[in-house]
Design a protein around this ligand. Structure first.
Ligand code: APR
Length: 231
Protein backbone atom coordinates (compact mmCIF):
# COMPACT_ATOMS: atom_id res chain seq x y z
CA UNK A 1 0.00 0.00 0.00
CA UNK A 2 1.39 3.41 -0.95
CA UNK A 3 2.54 5.55 2.00
CA UNK A 4 1.23 9.11 2.01
CA UNK A 5 3.02 11.66 4.22
CA UNK A 6 1.18 14.94 4.76
CA UNK A 7 2.92 18.12 5.97
CA UNK A 8 0.49 20.85 6.99
CA UNK A 9 0.96 24.50 7.91
CA UNK A 10 -1.17 27.40 9.08
CA UNK A 11 -3.03 27.58 5.75
CA UNK A 12 -4.60 24.21 6.57
CA UNK A 13 -6.52 25.90 9.39
CA UNK A 14 -7.10 29.28 7.69
CA UNK A 15 -10.62 28.34 6.51
CA UNK A 16 -11.44 27.24 10.05
CA UNK A 17 -10.86 30.86 11.06
CA UNK A 18 -7.33 30.64 12.52
CA UNK A 19 -4.96 33.28 11.16
CA UNK A 20 -1.82 32.30 9.28
CA UNK A 21 1.55 33.74 10.32
CA UNK A 22 2.87 35.48 7.19
CA UNK A 23 1.28 37.53 4.50
CA UNK A 24 -1.26 40.33 5.03
CA UNK A 25 -3.02 40.26 8.36
CA UNK A 26 -0.87 37.40 9.55
CA UNK A 27 -0.84 36.62 13.25
CA UNK A 28 2.76 37.67 13.71
CA UNK A 29 1.86 41.08 12.33
CA UNK A 30 -0.36 41.43 15.35
CA UNK A 31 2.59 40.62 17.54
CA UNK A 32 6.35 40.91 16.93
CA UNK A 33 7.67 37.37 16.95
CA UNK A 34 10.47 38.45 19.26
CA UNK A 35 7.82 39.65 21.71
CA UNK A 36 6.03 36.37 22.11
CA UNK A 37 7.55 33.22 20.60
CA UNK A 38 11.15 32.99 21.81
CA UNK A 39 12.82 31.79 25.03
CA UNK A 40 14.16 35.34 25.42
CA UNK A 41 10.61 36.74 25.36
CA UNK A 42 9.64 34.19 28.02
CA UNK A 43 12.53 35.27 30.25
CA UNK A 44 11.92 38.97 29.69
CA UNK A 45 8.10 39.24 29.82
CA UNK A 46 6.40 35.89 30.56
CA UNK A 47 3.02 37.51 31.15
CA UNK A 48 2.97 38.88 27.59
CA UNK A 49 3.84 35.42 26.27
CA UNK A 50 1.14 33.79 28.43
CA UNK A 51 -1.44 36.35 27.22
CA UNK A 52 -0.53 35.70 23.55
CA UNK A 53 -1.03 31.95 23.92
CA UNK A 54 -4.13 32.38 26.11
CA UNK A 55 -5.70 34.45 23.28
CA UNK A 56 -4.86 31.72 20.75
CA UNK A 57 -6.08 28.92 23.04
CA UNK A 58 -9.44 30.67 23.57
CA UNK A 59 -9.79 31.24 19.82
CA UNK A 60 -8.95 27.60 19.06
CA UNK A 61 -11.79 26.43 21.32
CA UNK A 62 -14.22 28.59 19.31
CA UNK A 63 -13.39 27.19 15.82
CA UNK A 64 -13.90 23.81 14.10
CA UNK A 65 -12.08 21.59 11.63
CA UNK A 66 -12.78 22.33 7.94
CA UNK A 67 -13.51 19.97 5.06
CA UNK A 68 -9.80 19.59 4.31
CA UNK A 69 -9.18 18.25 7.85
CA UNK A 70 -12.08 15.81 7.43
CA UNK A 71 -10.90 14.73 3.97
CA UNK A 72 -7.48 13.79 5.40
CA UNK A 73 -9.09 11.94 8.33
CA UNK A 74 -11.24 9.98 5.87
CA UNK A 75 -8.19 9.15 3.72
CA UNK A 76 -6.49 7.74 6.84
CA UNK A 77 -9.32 5.21 7.23
CA UNK A 78 -8.37 3.32 4.08
CA UNK A 79 -4.79 4.27 3.28
CA UNK A 80 -1.41 4.50 5.02
CA UNK A 81 -1.35 8.22 5.87
CA UNK A 82 0.90 10.01 8.35
CA UNK A 83 0.14 13.64 9.18
CA UNK A 84 3.06 15.83 10.25
CA UNK A 85 1.88 19.31 11.18
CA UNK A 86 3.61 22.60 11.97
CA UNK A 87 0.31 23.71 13.50
CA UNK A 88 -0.23 23.75 17.23
CA UNK A 89 -4.02 23.49 16.92
CA UNK A 90 -5.91 20.19 17.46
CA UNK A 91 -8.10 20.46 14.36
CA UNK A 92 -6.60 17.37 12.67
CA UNK A 93 -7.38 15.35 15.81
CA UNK A 94 -10.87 16.84 16.15
CA UNK A 95 -11.57 15.85 12.54
CA UNK A 96 -10.69 12.26 13.49
CA UNK A 97 -7.06 11.97 12.37
CA UNK A 98 -4.85 9.67 14.45
CA UNK A 99 -1.16 9.74 15.36
CA UNK A 100 -0.67 13.35 14.26
CA UNK A 101 2.98 14.41 14.63
CA UNK A 102 3.23 18.00 15.98
CA UNK A 103 6.60 19.51 15.03
CA UNK A 104 6.02 22.81 16.85
CA UNK A 105 4.11 21.59 19.91
CA UNK A 106 0.46 21.77 20.93
CA UNK A 107 -1.56 24.77 22.10
CA UNK A 108 -3.83 22.62 24.33
CA UNK A 109 -0.89 21.34 26.35
CA UNK A 110 1.42 23.02 28.88
CA UNK A 111 4.57 21.73 30.56
CA UNK A 112 6.69 22.18 33.64
CA UNK A 113 9.58 24.64 33.40
CA UNK A 114 11.52 22.36 35.76
CA UNK A 115 10.94 18.94 34.13
CA UNK A 116 9.90 19.13 30.46
CA UNK A 117 8.59 15.55 30.59
CA UNK A 118 5.78 16.83 32.86
CA UNK A 119 3.17 17.72 30.22
CA UNK A 120 -0.48 18.53 31.01
CA UNK A 121 -3.60 18.85 28.85
CA UNK A 122 -4.69 22.49 29.29
CA UNK A 123 -7.71 24.22 27.74
CA UNK A 124 -8.03 27.32 29.92
CA UNK A 125 -5.93 30.45 30.47
CA UNK A 126 -2.45 29.75 31.85
CA UNK A 127 -1.19 32.15 34.53
CA UNK A 128 2.10 32.59 36.33
CA UNK A 129 0.36 31.24 39.47
CA UNK A 130 -0.33 27.82 37.88
CA UNK A 131 2.17 25.21 38.99
CA UNK A 132 3.31 21.72 37.91
CA UNK A 133 3.41 18.77 40.35
CA UNK A 134 6.90 19.86 41.39
CA UNK A 135 5.64 23.34 42.23
CA UNK A 136 7.30 25.04 39.24
CA UNK A 137 5.85 27.54 36.75
CA UNK A 138 4.09 26.10 33.70
CA UNK A 139 4.84 27.22 30.10
CA UNK A 140 3.06 26.60 26.79
CA UNK A 141 4.05 23.23 25.26
CA UNK A 142 5.21 25.04 22.11
CA UNK A 143 8.55 24.91 20.26
CA UNK A 144 9.67 28.54 20.22
CA UNK A 145 11.98 30.02 17.60
CA UNK A 146 15.53 28.88 18.25
CA UNK A 147 14.44 25.92 20.39
CA UNK A 148 15.21 22.28 19.56
CA UNK A 149 12.53 20.47 17.46
CA UNK A 150 12.28 17.05 19.19
CA UNK A 151 9.96 15.52 16.55
CA UNK A 152 12.23 16.45 13.64
CA UNK A 153 14.18 13.19 13.53
CA UNK A 154 11.07 10.95 13.58
CA UNK A 155 9.52 13.20 10.91
CA UNK A 156 12.59 12.87 8.67
CA UNK A 157 12.51 9.08 9.04
CA UNK A 158 8.85 8.93 8.04
CA UNK A 159 9.47 11.23 5.04
CA UNK A 160 12.28 8.96 3.80
CA UNK A 161 9.77 6.17 3.07
CA UNK A 162 7.00 8.31 1.53
CA UNK A 163 5.56 7.33 -1.86
CA UNK A 164 3.45 10.52 -2.00
CA UNK A 165 3.86 13.79 -0.08
CA UNK A 166 1.14 16.40 0.36
CA UNK A 167 2.31 19.83 1.52
CA UNK A 168 -0.76 21.84 2.51
CA UNK A 169 -0.94 25.50 3.54
CA UNK A 170 2.67 26.25 4.36
CA UNK A 171 4.93 29.03 3.07
CA UNK A 172 7.81 26.59 3.72
CA UNK A 173 9.95 29.43 5.07
CA UNK A 174 10.54 28.22 8.61
CA UNK A 175 13.35 25.68 9.03
CA UNK A 176 13.93 22.91 9.88
CA UNK A 177 10.30 21.96 9.01
CA UNK A 178 10.67 23.55 5.57
CA UNK A 179 13.53 21.17 4.74
CA UNK A 180 11.46 18.02 5.28
CA UNK A 181 10.45 17.50 1.64
CA UNK A 182 14.14 17.14 0.76
CA UNK A 183 14.11 13.77 2.58
CA UNK A 184 11.36 12.26 0.42
CA UNK A 185 12.61 9.66 -2.10
CA UNK A 186 13.40 11.12 -5.53
CA UNK A 187 10.54 9.19 -7.13
CA UNK A 188 7.91 10.48 -4.71
CA UNK A 189 5.09 12.65 -6.05
CA UNK A 190 4.88 15.97 -4.14
CA UNK A 191 1.56 17.84 -4.18
CA UNK A 192 1.90 21.45 -2.92
CA UNK A 193 -1.55 22.85 -2.14
CA UNK A 194 -1.59 26.61 -1.56
CA UNK A 195 -3.64 29.45 -3.13
CA UNK A 196 -0.58 31.73 -3.09
CA UNK A 197 2.25 29.24 -3.66
CA UNK A 198 5.78 30.24 -2.65
CA UNK A 199 8.24 27.51 -3.59
CA UNK A 200 11.30 27.25 -1.39
CA UNK A 201 14.52 25.68 -2.70
CA UNK A 202 13.64 22.20 -1.46
CA UNK A 203 10.36 22.26 -3.39
CA UNK A 204 11.71 23.85 -6.58
CA UNK A 205 14.26 21.06 -7.13
CA UNK A 206 11.76 18.20 -6.71
CA UNK A 207 11.43 16.12 -9.94
CA UNK A 208 7.75 15.20 -9.43
CA UNK A 209 6.24 18.42 -8.05
CA UNK A 210 2.56 19.19 -8.62
CA UNK A 211 1.56 22.72 -7.56
CA UNK A 212 -2.17 22.95 -6.77
CA UNK A 213 -2.94 26.68 -6.61
CA UNK A 214 -6.09 26.30 -4.52
CA UNK A 215 -7.36 26.75 -0.98
CA UNK A 216 -7.14 23.64 1.20
CA UNK A 217 -10.88 22.96 1.21
CA UNK A 218 -10.88 22.79 -2.60
CA UNK A 219 -7.41 21.41 -3.33
CA UNK A 220 -7.20 18.65 -0.70
CA UNK A 221 -10.38 16.77 -1.76
CA UNK A 222 -9.38 17.12 -5.42
CA UNK A 223 -5.87 15.73 -4.86
CA UNK A 224 -7.27 12.91 -2.70
CA UNK A 225 -9.71 11.90 -5.45
CA UNK A 226 -6.81 11.85 -7.92
CA UNK A 227 -4.71 9.71 -5.56
CA UNK A 228 -7.55 7.25 -4.93
CA UNK A 229 -7.77 6.61 -8.67
CA UNK A 230 -4.01 6.08 -8.94
CA UNK A 231 -3.68 3.77 -5.92
N1 APR B 1 -5.63 27.08 2.12
C1 APR B 1 -4.34 26.67 1.95
N2 APR B 1 -3.27 27.48 2.16
C2 APR B 1 -3.54 28.74 2.53
C3 APR B 1 -4.84 29.25 2.72
C4 APR B 1 -5.92 28.35 2.50
N3 APR B 1 -7.20 28.73 2.65
N4 APR B 1 -4.74 30.56 3.10
C5 APR B 1 -3.42 30.85 3.15
N5 APR B 1 -2.70 29.77 2.79
C6 APR B 1 -1.25 29.64 2.70
C7 APR B 1 -0.47 30.93 2.48
O1 APR B 1 -0.40 31.24 1.11
C8 APR B 1 0.90 30.55 3.04
O2 APR B 1 1.74 29.99 2.03
O3 APR B 1 -0.79 29.13 3.92
C9 APR B 1 0.58 29.46 4.07
C10 APR B 1 0.81 29.91 5.49
O4 APR B 1 2.18 30.20 5.64
P1 APR B 1 2.69 30.72 7.08
O5 APR B 1 1.74 31.77 7.57
O6 APR B 1 4.14 31.03 6.91
O7 APR B 1 2.49 29.46 8.02
P2 APR B 1 3.45 28.21 8.17
O8 APR B 1 4.12 27.88 6.88
O9 APR B 1 2.65 27.14 8.83
O10 APR B 1 4.55 28.75 9.23
C11 APR B 1 5.45 27.77 9.72
O11 APR B 1 6.27 29.39 11.30
O12 APR B 1 5.64 31.07 12.65
C12 APR B 1 6.08 29.77 12.66
O13 APR B 1 5.74 28.04 14.20
C13 APR B 1 5.08 28.84 13.27
O14 APR B 1 4.37 26.67 12.52
C14 APR B 1 4.61 28.00 12.10
C15 APR B 1 5.79 28.08 11.15
Amino acid sequence: MAKIVVLTGAGMSAESGLQTFRGTGGLWEGHRVEDVATPQAWQRQPEVVQRFYNERRRQLLSVSPNTAHYALADLQLHHQVLIITQNVDDLHERAGSKDVMHLHGELLKVRSTRDESLIYAWDKDLTMDDRCDLGSILRPHIVWFGEYVPMLEPAIQEMQSADVVLVIGSSMQVYPAASLVAFAPAGADIYYIDPYPSLNHELRVRPHLHVVEMKATEGVPQVIEKLKVKM
